[in-house]
Design a binder for this molecule. Structure first.
Ligand code: CUA
Length: 346
């Protein structure tokens, strides 16, 4: 008898240990192996809006934790601490159980939900208040990348949103295909992009820096590889970037790059991509007018280096299966020429 209960206690500890190590192993999957992409955390907010959301999350976590502890304590009491009450005593007081259910189960639960509801509404109201921003950026979800337009300045880019630091900007979010969700955890809450509808979000970064974002609504095969980068820069640097993005690239003078331009303009590239100042005006893929000035390729999944770009051009399907970019059948020298041309698109 004694030996059996010791064995049972041991096996209980074994099970607890197993779950503890299993959840530790699962959580270790949260760190990003690719050093280029940083894993953003909503618990390190970099804007007043994100700070309010993080505070609310902590409040909910702590409140939920306390309630869980209370429930567990009560459960322990029910199992081990309540031996004194006999059946007779229980029968004398038949409504005790229902009183507990009404008070804690209905009353307390409703109170907690009402408090959380109120705090949620207050957080949303606070995040939507404030002066209306001057800078407008249109963000359009695509399978599986982000089209980014600066309508007041008449240019377009992709998977990269630059904003002046410390200034509120207005994002107008929509989609050309399915529902996506725009989320830059360190700066804002999530906002869905819905077909034929424009949702608005004000975005601000208190500190200069790079903030990773991602699609937060399952949108098909490459949902997980639909990232974007928000770059917050000091005003002068941002103004210089705006200026540069509005320029139309010069025709290449160098022979290799000129050859590359001919290859680009003579191939299927022009049906899907736009390069201002050329006859490439496609809209299926990202605007490449200033491709070389961007930090990433393939919607934030690769650093924009000549090697990665070459790999993407030759066989984007191997890198991100299911995306719309077909493999390009180019010889080595043709690829070199094309890369020389694309490198000029700053
Ligand atoms: Cu777009 Cu998930």
């Amino acid at each position: 008898m004694e030996a059996k209960s010791v064995r049972m206690r041991r096996s209980r500890w074994g099970i607890a240990l197993f779950w503890l190590s299993a959840s530790a192993a699962a959580l270790s999957g949260c760190t990003q192996e690719n050093s280029f992409i940083e894993t953003p955390s909503m618990l390190s907010p970099q804007s007043p809006e994100a700070a309010r959301i993080a505070n609310l999350s902590w409040f909910m976590f702590i409140l939920g934790g306390l309630i869980w502890l209370g429930v567990m304590a009560y459960l322990a009491y029910a199992i081990w601490g309540n031996r004194g009450e006999s059946l007779e005593e229980g029968l004398e007081n038949p409504n005790r159980g229902s009183r507990i259910v009404v008070f804690w189960g209905i009353g307390f639960t409703t109170l907690v939900l009402l408090v959380l509801f109120g705090l949620n509404i207050a957080t949303m109201a606070a995040n939507n208040s404030g002066s209306s921003p001057e800078l407008i950026i249109d963000v359009i979800g695509r399978q599986w990348w982000w089209e980014v337009q600066y309508p007041q300045y008449g240019f377009e880019t992709a998977n990269e949103i630059r904003i002046p630091v410390g200034e509120r900007v207005l994002l107008r979010l929509t989609t050309k295909d399915v529902i996506h969700s725009f989320w830059v955890p360190e700066l804002s809450g999530k906002v869905d992009t819905i077909p034929n509808r424009v949702n608005e979000l004000t975005l601000m970064a208190s500190q200069a820096g790079e903030y990773w974002g991602e699609c937060a609504e399952y949108c098909g095969l490459q949902h997980a590889l639909m990232k974007l980068l928000v770059i917050a820069e000091p005003q002068a640097q941002f103004a210089a970037w705006l200026q540069q993005q509005q320029t139309v690239p010069q025709a290449p003078e160098d022979t290799l790059a000129f050859e590359g331009e001919q290859i680009f303009l003579g191939s299927a590239c022009v049906y899907c991509h736009t390069i201002e100042g050329t006859n490439a005006t496609g809209d299926l893929g990202p605007d490449l007018t200033h491709l070389a000035s961007r930090r990433t390729l393939g919607a934030g999944i690769l650093e924009n280096t000549p090697g990665n770009l070459a790999g993407w051009i030759i066989d984007a399907q191997a890198i991100k299966p299911g995306n719309q970019m077909p493999p390009m059948d180019l010889s080595g020298p043709e690829l070199q020429a094309l890369l020389a041309y694309l490198a000029l698109l700053e």
